[in-house]
Design a binder for this molecule. Structure first.
Ligand code: IMP
Length: 228
C-alpha cells in the first residue's frame, strides 16, 4: 500500500480509525528505544491480530522535532508524522517528570534539562539543587506519560498515565533510568531506581498509559469507530 500523505488539520477523510487496525493490523511504534518496544510488546500481546512494527524497519524515517508545549503535543506530532510517512496506524509516547514546587518543570524538557550534552546524573543533580531547602510536604512530583495513536488520515486518540511520588533529598538506587534515582515512592519506602524493574513496569506512568491504549485497541477491534 502506498504511503498516505498527511492531509493536514483542515482535511478529514471519514475513514474509521479501526479500519487501519482491522484491515491492516499493523501498528508502527514510533520509537527506536528497545526497552520501550519490549514493554509495548509485553502489554499488547493479547490484542488479537495486532502486528507491532518497530520504526527501525523503515529506512530514513522523518526526523520529528519534539518542540511541543505539552506531552500531548509531542506525542501527537510523532504519531501523526510516522502514520503519514508509513501509511499505517502509529503510536508514540512522550513522558517526563512534573514537579509542583518547580511550577511543573522539568516537564516537556525532561530529556534535555541541564543542557543537550548533560547526563542523567547531571539532570538529577540539577533538580536536587533546585529543590534544596524545599520542605518534605512540598516535594510532590509525578511522572506523566501521554500516548497518541494516529491513523494516516491524521485522526488521533490519546491515553495518559501518571505515577505520583516525592523528590528525594539525594540520589539513590541503580535500576531504571532518567529521574528514577531521585523519585521516592512513599508507599514503598524507596526510590523508583531501587524498585525491581518488573514492579516499576506494573505501576509506572507508561504502564498505565499503555494499559489504557491496549483497551482502546481492543475496543477498536470489537466496536467499529474509535472513541477515546
Ligand atoms: P521520552 O518520553 O522517552 O522522551 O522521555 C523523556 C524524559 O523523561 C527521559 O529522558 C527521562 O529523563 C524522563 N523520564 C521518562 N520516563 C521516565 C521514567 O520512567 N523514569 C525516569 N525518568 C523518566
Amino acid at each position: 500500500m502506498p504511503a498516505a500523505r498527511d492531509p493536514g488539520p483542515g482535511h478529514r477523510q471519514r475513514i474509521p480509525l479501526n479500519h487501519w487496525l482491522s484491515h491492516i493490523m499493523k501498528l508502527v511504534i514510533a520509537t527506536n528505544n528497545r526497552n520501550k518496544i519490549i514493554e509495548i510488546q509485553d502489554k499488547f500481546e493479547d490484542v488479537p491480530g495486532l502486528e507491532l512494527v518497530p520504526l527501525g524497519r523503515y529506512p530514513d524515517p522523518p526526523e520529528i522535532v519534539e518542540d511541543g508545549e505539552t506531552f500531548r503535543d509531542n506525542a501527537e506530532k510523532k504519531a501523526r508524522g510516522i502514520a503519514a510517512f508509513t501509511g499505517h496506524l502509529s503510536m508514540a509516547d512522550d513522558s517526563g517528570l512534573v514537579i509542583d514546587a518547580l511550577d511543573g518543570r522539568p516537564g516537556v524538557y525532561s530529556a534535555r534539562y541541564a543542557g543537550e550534552s548533560a547526563t542523567d546524573e547531571d539532570r538529577n543533580r540539577t533538580v536536587l539543587d533546585e529543590m534544596r531547602g524545599v520542605p518534605p510536604a512540598q516535594r510532590a512530583a509525578r511522572f506523566v506519560c501521554v500516548i497518541a495513536i494516529c491513523g494516516p488520515d491524521g485522526r488521533c486518540v490519546f491515553t495518559e498515565g501518571e505515577c505520583g511520588g516525592v523528590i528525594a533529598e539525594e540520589i539513590k538506587g541503580t535500576r531504571g533510568f532518567g529521574y528514577d534515582p531521585i523519585f521516592f515512592l512513599p508507599g514503598r519506602g524507596m526510590t523508583m531506581a531501587e524498585l525491581p524493574l518488573e514492579e516499576k513496569n506494573r505501576i509506572s506512568h507508561r504502564a498505565k498509559a499503555l494499559e489504557k491504549a491496549r483497551d482502546l485497541l481492543m475496543r477498536m477491534e470489537h466496536n467499529g469507530d474509535l472513541k477515546a
